[in-house]
Write a protein that binds this ligand. Structure first.
Ligand code: RNT
Ligand code: ZN
Length: 414
């Protein structure tokens, strides 16, 4: 079947595949730098902490800013769609032997990333890094009862607001700044309120740093538990959601690895859209826990994309990827994960949502089931290939030949 034939088939159910492809080209998705080096960053030598883990030992990992940028470039050249760069503060680039701690970070430490993003027409999202650092005391940062520790991390958050505003001004694209802390306890705590009150106060102090709300979009990301902090996580769903709801200009961020395994973020998206003008997502693939596997074109991924599209919320939801697999080629991981989300969004744009909603409102659940099942067999692959063609990137598995070559010629020589 050709694209033209596929297009005609979709047209019969009221779907304009050309319009879907055109829409895809406008939607930006944040590509996280941390898949390229297993969340290591450039500002410390210690291990990854905070209850998150990368597993695997695949060769060829990027170890310098140049290598990470080259790997990202390779990935970017192989996937369709508009990308935004997602950085962590730990990816600061120090020059000429300079080093400053996280509370003293300045825009200039990210100038090379700005140059990278601008040259590729990308905006930048940002994340303060509240983990992998010697000032994480007893697994605590912004919730620490040690005021010196807490102050250090508040100053880090404020520095990141200033850097986020710099990113937005330089790129002309608003910067989503996500606050996530792994603070918690391995075993039953005696005080669940104190850490949360301190966390609330800490974020309020961070947000007291003046910034332009149209340029910086602060978010708070919730989590249910982390490795080593199984009994209690300060930034729980209720905490984070309520914080965002009660603080003007602050967005809730949902990571679909951060809930109990039978909860689905696809259902939470419309729930939040009923209240928040804008929300943010971390798109990942949890297997049994927050394992951060590479995103695939699977049922829940498709369902999340459908909710964004059918709620007409493509301009209200900030979409960012958040996975890290160290057991496979890291460039390939980026491409598969990014393309899976692109496929999910394009697939969602190729559905007759209004007709389906009408069936629901008429309580015609029989026909709704029949149609929803029938659409699954539509020639979506043709539409995807056409989208890739228009974006000048290989479709199918042709891109993987490029990755294999790059692995041999570049990554394995490191
Ligand atoms: C951790 C959170 C967080 C991190 C990144 C590196 O569970 O998902 O978003 O993955 O900030
Ligand atoms: Zn996340």
């Amino acid at each position: 079947m050709s694209y033209q034939q596929a297009k005609q088939k979709y047209a019969k159910i009221g779907v304009d595949t050309d319009a879907a492809i055109a829409k895809m080209k406008e939607l930006s998705v944040s590509l996280h730098c941390w898949q390229g080096d297993d969340v290591t960053g450039f500002d410390h030598d210690g291990p990854l902490t905070g209850g998150i883990q990368t597993t695997g030992n695949y060769p060829g990992k990027a170890r310098t800013p140049e290598q990470l940028m080259a790997d990202m470039d390779k990935a970017i050249s192989l996937m369709p769609g508009k990308k935004k760069l997602n950085l962590h503060a730990s990816y600061a680039i120090f020059e000429d032997g300079e080093f400053v701690d996280r509370d003293k970070l300045e825009p200039k430490h990210f100038a090379k990333w700005v140059e990278f993003a601008k040259a590729r027409n990308m905006g930048i999202d940002f994340n303060p890094t509240f983990f992998s650092h010697d000032k994480v005391k007893d697994n605590l940062t912004l919730t620490s009862p040690d005021e010196e520790i807490r102050k250090f991390w508040i100053e880090h958050g404020k520095a990141c607001i200033r850097i986020s505003e710099y990113f937005a001004k330089e790129t002309g694209v608003p910067c989503v700044m996500n606050i996530w802390i792994g603070d918690g306890f391995k075993d039953i705590p005696a005080d669940r309120l104190g850490p949360r009150e301190r966390y609330k106060d800490s974020i309020e102090q961070i947000l007291s740093q003046p910034f332009d709300k149209t340029l910086v979009k602060p978010c708070v990301e919730s989590k249910v538990f982390g490795v080593g902090v199984e009994a209690y996580t300060a930034g729980s769903a209720e905490f984070s959601l309520t914080f965002a709801a009660t603080h003007d200009g602050c967005l809730p961020l949902m990571d679909n690895g951060h809930y109990h395994p039978t909860e689905v973020v696809s259902d939470k998206i419309p729930a939040l859209l009923a209240f928040f003008p804008e929300i943010a997502l971390h798109i990942t693939r949890p297997i049994r826990w927050d394992s951060d596997h590479v995103v695939l074109f699977d049922d829940e991924t498709r369902e999340m994309a459908k909710e964004i599209v059918r709620c007409n919320a493509t301009d209200r939801v900030y979409m960012a990827l958040d996975f890290f697999d160290a057991s496979i080629n890291r460039v390939s991981a980026w491409v598969v994960g990014f393309c899976s989300w692109q496929k999910a969004m394009l697939n969602a744009l190729c559905m007759p949502h209004e007709a389906l909603k009408k069936l629901q409102d008429e309580a015609n659940m029989t026909e709704l089931m029949v149609l929803q099942e029938d659409i699954k067999m539509y020639p979506f692959g043709e539409v995807w290939e056409e989208y890739c063609r228009q974006c000048n990137v290989p479709s199918g598995t042709e891109w993987f030949e490029e990755v294999k070559k790059y692995e041999q010629q570049v990554q394995l020589k490191r």
